[in-house]
Write a protein that binds this ligand. Sequence first.
Ligand SMILES: C[S@@+](CC[C@H](N)C(=O)[O-])C[C@H]1O[C@@H](n2cnc3c(N)ncnc32)[C@H](O)[C@@H]1O
Length: 382
Amino acid sequence: MDDPVESTRSASSWKKLERLLDEIEDGNEAKPDYIELKGKADLGRLEEKDREALIQRLHGSVLRGFRANEVRVPGKKARLAYWRSIARNGFHDFAEDEWMKCHDSPFVENYDYVAPYLDGGGLDVLDPYMVYSSVLGTWEYSVEDFVHTDLLSDVTTVVEPLAGTAEFCYAGHFIYPDFQYVMFDLDEDAKSHVEAKSWLPQTQREFIVGDALVEDTWKSVRKASKGTSLAYIGKQSHNFFGAKDLMKVLEWGTRHCDHLMLEISEPYLLDEEPTIDELTRPEQKAAGFHVALDDVEDKPANPLTNAMDFYLVVWDKLDRRNLFSYCGWIGWQAPTLTALGRLLDLEVRYYHSDDTEFMPVDVGTDTSDCRENNTFMLFSRK
Ligand SMILES: C[S@@+](CC[C@H](N)C(=O)[O-])C[C@H]1O[C@@H](n2cnc3c(N)ncnc32)[C@H](O)[C@@H]1O
């Protein structure tokens, strides 16, 4: 299938932007995916109150977001204030160089997750899921990319096992509000977090508190599904499982859903020494804390099993806190996953991001970016 084409309108002065927003608000112009602010339309030069008012208008006038790449705000404090004024008015910059919202979302989300920390209370008041989302959330790919393929064009249910913050379902439901969304996680807090988000009222959804290693959880997923289903485990969360458990997930996932997709990383060699993988974003540094994936000192990664132990940590001058622990995390790589899929007699495909189609794993790898980038493997019954 053809890729969806994104539309961008640009404005190089406040006058031109004003005119464009008036036309969109009056219904004379369609909302573009993006508005690009250039030249004299410099958000960094506006007073905070005017900037906020403008961001609020932009929110109602774009489908996906806006670009303001020429803005340079001198000074750490002023830059943080600039970031917060946009983030609390419905746009985040977690994915790319642009400020984004969920597709055509009418809800003004507050992405300013550093606010409670700045109000005092130390690291304890940081919401672990919000911090996780900002540094590791699934923002680049969405339901749209996958159901846009020929293979998955009949999907009507999206399942997110090990959902955590369930960004995949949540972002997807704005584009496909008529689909069914089924999410599950062991953690009751994940359910509360996800259910507290603003969802479109017409969307059918269910969040199950359940264990991926119990077949009944998958049976409940099937019960809550409607038509062809795609289950998606993002951010290599299948790495929580050892080989036998992963086989169960592949088996039940493809028995009770029509397709099971796993996000996988590019091939890599394990580090010999424990490392700290700094993820700190500029607003975190400016607020006074750091975020990283930190290996457990006395447990180096095992090159024979690809098992590793690490934490998602935050720290500041006074304290340190483990937000999530990844103990016995196994860095499953594509060849092993292919072998497991074949042992279960499953079709094994991968997402070819240039051709935007799923391909058998024996086809097209020379023209795909799967050597350099994360990709997605798809398991289905024959
Ligand atoms: C890294 S988060 C997932 C984030 C999200 N899906 C994403 O792609 O950004 C992993 C989640 O898996 C959940 N989890 C771990 N083991 C599980 C299991 N056996 N069954 C269900 N959920 C599990 C944890 O509670 C956690 O919320």
